[in-house]
Design a protein around this ligand. Structure first.
Ligand code: ADE
Ligand code: ZN
Length: 320
């Protein structure tokens, strides 16, 4: 399972930081982040909203382009050890230069240099999805979209939106998504994790995304499920994240197989692996154990992920 080549489309760079990486950086910079960790040294949070606070506290120690360089390299190496050959990572200008385009360019150059090293040394490729944070509001989203539009290219391939799905409504962010679309970026947004089917419909209708981050609660509306299947809208499903955060109580309860059976295009990702004590290997093993997945399901999600990846056609061909 570990060596099976894997494609990961939903992955937050800061959320992939090992606790030891954050702890070491905090020590070097004398930042107090003791509330971020539990007694065993893992990330400590009680629910999703607390998770977002802990995530942002941990991220506060990532202060320079060099920090993001080192993080990216460590994260891609860790992924490669689990067979991940291609990752699309969410990276937010809010954390990388505060939305300033010139500062963002500096962070991006450092991150891309690390990605190139990872490709050379571990055979792991990466692309960047620029990520507004929904609870930071539409103005900051617009600044992020401008950063994305100014740097679109082989490495920066998309605009995504994470954060608190209950903050504001997707239409508030339409300007940012329109700007990104016009600049040639691909689009995705988190929805259907904490919000129900209406939340998924809103990002499809108002932001015109090609993929939905999570999207799993679409299962509560059969008409929406049919619509997703018909229109070929791809879900970036993160089952381990959903179980760890309590969207579903157990792996057996997770609707990923039902969505697949109903013809929806699903992919598998980790979201924020050390926060949820997961890896791509663990995701695959749990799907095999609790949802009876075998070679054909893994081959299907991989093929769907390559088709739905935001990179160029040549890169996709090499991944097939
Ligand atoms: N940012 C990092 N992980 C997230 C998640 N699971 N949902 C929304 N925003 C996030
Ligand atoms: Zn996410």
């Amino acid at each position: 399972m570990k060596n099976l080549p894997k494609i990961e489309l939903h992955h937050h760079i800061e959320g992939a930081a090992p606790p030891s990486f954050i702890r070491d950086l905090a020590k070097r910079k004398s930042v107090d982040i003791s509330k971020v960790f539990d007694e065993s040294g893992g990330y400590a949070f009680t629910d999703f909203w607390h998770f977002l606070q802990v995530y942002e506290a941990a991220t506060s120690v990532l202060q320079t382009p060099q920090d993001y360089h080192d993080l990216t390299l460590a994260v891609l190496q860790a992924g490669a050890e689990h067979g991940v050959i291609y990752t699309e990572s969410f990276i937010s200008p809010d954390f990388c230069g505060g939305g300033d385009v010139d500062a963002w360019r500096d962070y991006l150059a450092a991150i891309e240099a690390a990605a190139n090293t990872a490709t050379r040394d571990f055979g792991a490729q990466m692309r960047c999805i620029v990520t507004p944070v929904r609870h930071f509001g539409p103005d900051k989203a617009r600044a992020s979209a401008l950063c994305a539009a100014e740097t679109v290219g082989e490495f920066v391939v998309g605009l995504g939106m994470g954060g608190d799905e209950k903050a504001g409504k997707p239409a508030d962010f339409a300007y940012a998504f329109d700007m990104a679309r016009e600049a040639g970026l691909h689009l995705t947004a988190h929805a259907g994790e904490w919000g129900g089917p209406a939340s998924v419909r809103a990002v499809i209708d108002d932001l015109r995304v090609e993929r939905v981050g999570h999207g799993v609660r679409a299962i509560e509306d059969p008409a929406l499920v049919d619509d997703l299947a018909e229109r070929g809208i791809v879900l970036e499903v993160c089952p381990g994240s959903n179980v760890a955060l309590g969207v579903y109580q157990t792996w057996a309860d997770h609707p990923i197989s039902k969505l697949m059976e109903r013809g929806v295009k699903v992919t598998v990702s980790t979201d924020d692996p050390p926060f949820f004590h997961t890896t791509m290997t663990a995701e695959y093993e749990n799907l095999a154990r609790h949802q009876d997945w075998g070679g054909s399901e893994f081959a299907t999600v991989n093929a769907v992920a390559v088709d739905a990846a935001f990179c160029d056609a040549e890169t996709k061909d090499a991944l097939r």
